[in-house]
Write a protein that binds this ligand. Structure first.
Ligand code: ADP
Length: 207
């Protein structure tokens, strides 16, 4: 976050004089207590300052990047995941392409009759299958999909940054968010490069 000149000055005052009351900070700035109240609220919320009742404000000593890291570590998969778009194993490549367009996604998850994850289909998987001379209506997706157990997944309580790392390490565009059970993995969400971009924008614009 971008701090105003006045907020920077307040940090300096607290750094040198803390613990210091709001009253004393405002006196040093020749401003009213009411004028600096929003600044103190912002600096406290952002973690630069801490306030103790009857003691005053003190400097936490945390750098901007430490505070950013703390914030990122609060981002969980479950808070950012979007709705998964799935097809059945027996669906044709033609159906999968239609579903990809209708669902406006770049990755489809393939499930069996019990809604358990069995595979993944990317845009290029479907393009590759379309290059041959086969009738796309007769080729089932389970022939061309990347299949279990080679699927990289994530879980709702995982940190979003861990999922982002998986996307980079495996060079893939999306991960299914799964709930593990005895039967297998049930697909309950989707994390994609777009999700990570959204989180990045949210972090910086501080929404
Ligand atoms: P594209 O192939 O359109 O560039 P990806 O980079 O996501 O999209 O996919 C590359 C390959 O990795 C594809 O063959 C796809 O089936 C596979 N893939 C995609 N997502 C996963 C995943 N979560 N786990 C394992 N393999 C995946």
């Amino acid at each position: 976050m971008e701090l105003s000149d006045r907020q920077e000055t307040i940090i300096e005052i607290v750094k040198e004089n803390g613990p210091i009351t709001g009253e004393n900070i405002s006196n040093q700035l020749n401003l009213s207590r009411a004028t600096i109240r929003p600044d103190l609220a912002i600096l406290t919320m952002a973690g630069f300052l801490d306030a103790r009742p009857r003691v005053g404000y003190f400097y936490t000593g945390k750098t901007g990047s430490e505070l950013l890291t703390e914030k990122v570590k609060k981002f969980k998969v479950k808070d950012f995941q979007s709705v998964p778009v799935v097809v059945k194993e027996g669906a044709s490549v033609y159906d999968a392409i239609s579903t990809m367009f209708l669902g406006d996604v770049g990755t489809l998850f393939v499930v069996d009759d019990q809604s358990i994850l069995t595979g993944v289909l990317s845009r290029k998987d479907l393009l590759r299958a379309s290059l041959g001379n086969q009738d796309l209506n007769t080729v089932p997706v389970h022939i061309i999909m990347t299949r279990m157990p080679n699927i990289t997944v994530c879980e709702p309580n995982e940190l979003l940054i861990e999922s982002a790392k998986k996307l980079i390490d495996k060079q893939i565009d999306g991960l299914p968010v799964v709930k593990k059970s005895k039967k297998g993995m049930q697909v309950i969400g989707r994390i994609t490069k777009t999700t990570i971009t959204q989180a990045f924008v949210e972090l910086i614009l501080d929404k």
